[in-house]
Ligand binder design. Structure first.
Ligand SMILES: Cc1cc2nc3c(=O)[nH]c(=O)nc-3n(C[C@H](O)[C@H](O)[C@H](O)COP(=O)(O)O)c2cc1C
Length: 342
């Protein structure tokens, strides 16, 4: 199967997959009945990978490389622009291999010239491809994705994952923009976060379990059997944030994986993320309800986030990151077992 055909199937199966939100049910923010702040006085600015973001929400990597992807990327970039969000393009490998695909990525920079845009490449793409990916969209940062379970589930996927750290180190050294290492829905543990910090990455996007499930997408796509227990592989997003923070305290932590509403975004930020990313749901709304509805939903997430900031008495994202919260149940047990704190 060609890379192009696979990309189309990913889009279709991602939208057909049952919608899932990340599980933050063990994390409770505490209501403040005397907040001493105002909705119009909130400051939503944050920083990620050394970049100033106007909002703590970004549209994460989804697509590129096929004709349909050009229209999707245009709409995603326009939605990001009208909401003041950063936006990532999908893996640019298709355009590295085939120049005629480049416009489907460049469109993001064309419609959002002043935007914060993330390039995207796989870790084994190599240094030259990483540099080309950054130049192609005049990126402000480079996302490097890690997706071992997905590769293992794909008939045509990689089977040998040795040498990744060395390849990452070379990319970090070579590119002129900050590097964000991201998972695609299986999370990043403390030990690997520490290794990533040592390699000099600027940010880690934990891409935890709970939202888009690439084991499920690949199994539906290729009609391969997978046991239901294995389908739940990965570190839940809420815990992946704590894992990554513990392993890489000097690195900015970004959160994604099923962060589909403003309360979940607020909880992710309160657990220590600098910003949160949304992919699957943004794509689903765009393809099933259109670009206006996508903008409405992104605004709704921001509005709910602001409500929670007021209701917790937090005027800024850094205050939200210190807001009182309680962690109970299985999440608390996980923290104890792994020696994690907030
Ligand atoms: C259709 C689709 C394609 C994706 N393609 C990429 C990709 O090319 N590169 C990448 O780093 N992540 C890719 N992702 C993963 C997302 O960026 C994100 O990490 C993941 O979907 C979890 O976030 P979510 O639960 O909000 O969807 C893709 C996601 C979807 C839904």
């Amino acid at each position: 199967m060609t890379r192009q055909a696979r990309k189309l199937e990913h889009l279709r199966h991602a939208v057909e997959q049952e919608l899932a939100n990340a599980d933050f049910s063990d994390v409770e923010l505490i209501h403040n009945c005397l907040p001493e702040t105002a909705l119009q006085a909130l400051d939503l600015t944050t920083t990620a990978a050394g970049l100033a973001l106007a909002r703590p929400l970004f549209i994460n990597a989804i697509t590129g490389g096929v004709a349909e992807a050009a229209a999707i990327n245009r709409d995603l970039a326009q939605a990001a622009r009208s909401c003041g969000l950063a936006v990532a393009v999908g893996s640019q490998m298709a355009a590295i291999e085939n120049e005629s695909c480049r416009d489907s990525y460049r469109v993001v920079r064309e419609v959002y010239p002043e935007g914060i845009i993330f390039a995207n490449i796989g870790v084994n793409a190599g240094v030259t491809a990483a540099q080309q990916a950054v130049e192609m969209v005049e990126a402000d940062a480079l996302q490097v994705h890690l997706n071992v379970p997905q590769e293992l589930m794909m008939a045509e996927g990689d089977r040998d994952f040795r040498g990744y750290r060395q390849q990452l180190a070379a990319i970090v050294q070579a590119v002129k923009v900050p590097v964000i290492v991201k998972e695609v829905g299986f999370g990043i543990a403390r030990e690997q976060a520490q290794q990533l910090q040592e390699l000099g990455v600027a940010a880690i996007d934990v891409g935890g379990r709970g939202g888009t499930n690439f084991l499920q997408i690949e199994s539906a796509r290729t009609k391969q059997q997978i046991s239901p227990e294995l389908l739940q592989w990965g570190i839940p997003t809420a815990l992946a944030i704590l894992e990554a923070r513990a392993g890489a305290p000097a690195v900015d932590i970004l959160a994604s994986g099923g962060i589909n509403n403003g309360l979940l975004a607020a909880k992710a930020l309160a657990l220590g993320a600098q910003a949160v990313g949304i992919a699957g749901l943004a794509l689903r709304i765009l393809l099933t309800a259109g670009p206006e509805k996508l903008v409405e939903h992104l605004q709704q997430i921001l509005h709910e986030l602001k409500m929670v900031m007021v209701m917790t008495g937090c005027a800024t994202i850094s205050e939200l990151r210190q807001a009182p919260l309680v962690i109970t149940g299985r999440a608390r047990e996980w923290m104890t077992a792994r020696g994690l704190s907030r």
